[in-house]
Design a protein around this ligand. Structure first.
Ligand SMILES: NC(=O)c1ccc[n+]([C@@H]2O[C@H](COP(=O)([O-])OP(=O)(O)OC[C@H]3O[C@@H](n4cnc5c(N)ncnc54)[C@H](O)[C@@H]3O)[C@@H](O)[C@H]2O)c1
Length: 339
C-alpha cells in the first residue's frame, strides 16, 4: 500500500504531489460542520485546490449510511466526475470512511485523498485503507479496502474541534500505546489532552498503526490486533446509536477496552497493574463517561459483528506490546468481564 503522508510544513510538497497526478477534476467532500470550520482553512493552506468543486453531506455517525452515499454519487455524476477525478475528503472519520467507500465503487473506483480534521481521524481513521458505512444498525457492515493516495495532516484543524471530540481521539491513541510497548504505555500515563494533540504524539500513533497495517494489509492476521477494544466497543456504539444519547466512537472504544482488558486478565493473565493504570487515565480524561451497558443489550450487536462469524473471537493483550488475536471468548466470560 503506498499512501503518501504529508504533515504541516510540507504544503508545497503535498501540492506538487497532487498536481503531478494529472487529475481531470478535484472534488472536495465535507460534512455540514467541516464545510464551515475546515474547508475555508484548507483552501487558505492549499490554495491550488481552492477552486475545487464541493459536495456537502450531513454530519454525524447516524449519516454514515447508504442514503448519504447515494447523495455523493448523485453529486459526482452531476459534476461529470470521471475515473480520473480526485475526491478530497475534508473531515473526520465519518467523512473519510464514507467518502473512501463512495469513491471506491464510483465508476469502479476513483482516487481519494484524506484531509483529517479530527484527532481520531489524524491518528487512525484516515490510515490503513478501510472504508465503510453502517448498515442495519451494524457498524461498518458494508465497506472496501481503498487506501487514500495521500493524507495531509495539520493540527491547525484541531483548533475548532470540541473538547469532547478531541478526547474521543485519545481513545485510539491509548489503544495504540497498549499495542506498542510497555515503555510507551508508561510514557502516556502522564499525558494531558494537550500532549495527545501535539504533532509528535500524532506521528508516533500513526507509526504504530502503520506497523500493524503494513504487515497485514488485508486484515487476515496481525492487523486484527488493532481491533482491541472494538468488539465490545462497536457493540456499545451500535447500541448507543439506537438511543437518544449516542456515544462518540472513541467513548465507546474506551468502554470497550475496559471490558476487553478484564477479558485479557481472565484469558491471558494480563497484570492487574495495567488495568489500574487504564482506570486512572480514564478517570482523568473521561470523568463523565459513566454509562454501563448490560451484556444482554450488546449480544445482538456482537453476534452481528463481522469479527464474530465463528463464535466470539477477540483481539486481547497479554501485556502492552503483546497482542494476541483470535482469542475465543464465551458469553459467560463477557458477562463476567462486563460487571
Ligand atoms: N477506517 C478506519 O480504519 C477507522 C478507524 C477508526 C475509526 N473509524 C471511524 O471513524 C468515525 C469516527 O470519526 P471521528 O471521531 O473523526 O468523527 P466524525 O467524523 O463524526 O467527526 C465528529 C464531529 O466533529 C465535527 N468536526 C470534524 N472536524 C472538525 C473540526 N476540525 N472542527 C469542528 N468540528 C469538526 C464533525 O462534523 C462531526 O460532527 C467512526 O465512524 C469510526 O467507525 C474508522
Amino acid at each position: 500500500m503506498s499512501t503518501k503522508l504529508f504533515f504541516e510544513g510540507e504544503e508545497s510538497e503535498f501540492e506538487q504531489y497532487i498536481q503531478g497526478q494529472q487529475y481531470s477534476s478535484y472534488i472536495l467532500l465535507a460534512d455540514a460542520k467541516t464545510n464551515g470550520f475546515c474547508v475555508p482553512l484548507f483552501k487558505r493552506i492549499i490554495p491550488s485546490l481552492s477552486n475545487s468543486s464541493l459536495i456537502i453531506i450531513p454530519d454525524g455517525e447516524q449519516n454514515k449510511n447508504c442514503t448519504t452515499c447515494e447523495l455523493v454519487w448523485d453529486e459526482l455524476n452531476r459534476m461529470n466526475a470521471s475515473r480520473k477525478s480526485l475526491l478530497i475528503n475534508v473531515g473526520g472519520g465519518m467523512v473519510s470512511d464514507l467518502g473512501g467507500f463512495a469513491a471506491s465503487v464510483f465508476k469502479r473506483g476513483i482516487d481519494t485523498v484524506h484531509i483529517p480534521t479530527t484527532l481520531l481521524s489524524m491518528v487512525d481513521a484516515s490510515h490503513g485503507g478501510k472504508t465503510g458505512i453502517d448498515f442495519n444498525h451494524t457498524k461498518n457492515m458494508i465497506g472496501t479496502y481503498h487506501p487514500a493516495k495521500s493524507i495531509y495532516i495539520n493540527t491547525l484543524f484541531l483548533q475548532t474541534l470540541s473538547e469532547r471530540n478531541l478526547l474521543s481521539g485519545t481513545a485510539e491513541m491509548i489503544k495504540h500505546a497498549l499495542l506498542d510497548s510497555e515503555e510507551y504505555w508508561n510514557e502516556i500515563q502522564f499525558y494531558s489532552l494537550n500532549d495527545f494533540s501535539q504533532i509528535d504524539a500524532i506521528q508516533h500513533s500513526i507509526a504504530i498503526k502503520n506497523r500493524y497495517v503494513n504487515d497485514d494489509v488485508h486484515d487476515n492476521g496481525i492487523r486484527q490486533a488493532l481491533n482491541f477494544g472494538h468488539s465490545i466497543g462497536h457493540a456499545i456504539e451500535s447500541h448507543s446509536l439506537t438511543t437518544s444519547q449516542p456515544l462518540l466512537h472513541g467513548e465507546a472504544i474506551i468502554l470497550g477496552m475496559e471490558v476487553e482488558l478484564q477479558l485479557s486478565r481472565m484469558k491471558l493473565q494480563l497484570d492487574n497493574r495495567f488495568i489500574e493504570q487504564f482506570h486512572s487515565m480514564r478517570r482523568e480524561l473521561f470523568p463523565s463517561l459513566t454509562q454501563h451497558f448490560d451484556t444482554a443489550q450488546l449480544l445482538p450487536f456482537l453476534k452481528n459483528d463481522k469479527k464474530n462469524e465463528d463464535g466470539f473471537t477477540m483481539s486481547l493483550i497479554k501485556k502492552p506490546g503483546e497482542p494476541i488475536i483470535k482469542v475465543s471468548v464465551s458469553e459467560t466470560e463477557i458477562n463476567e468481564a462486563n460487571q
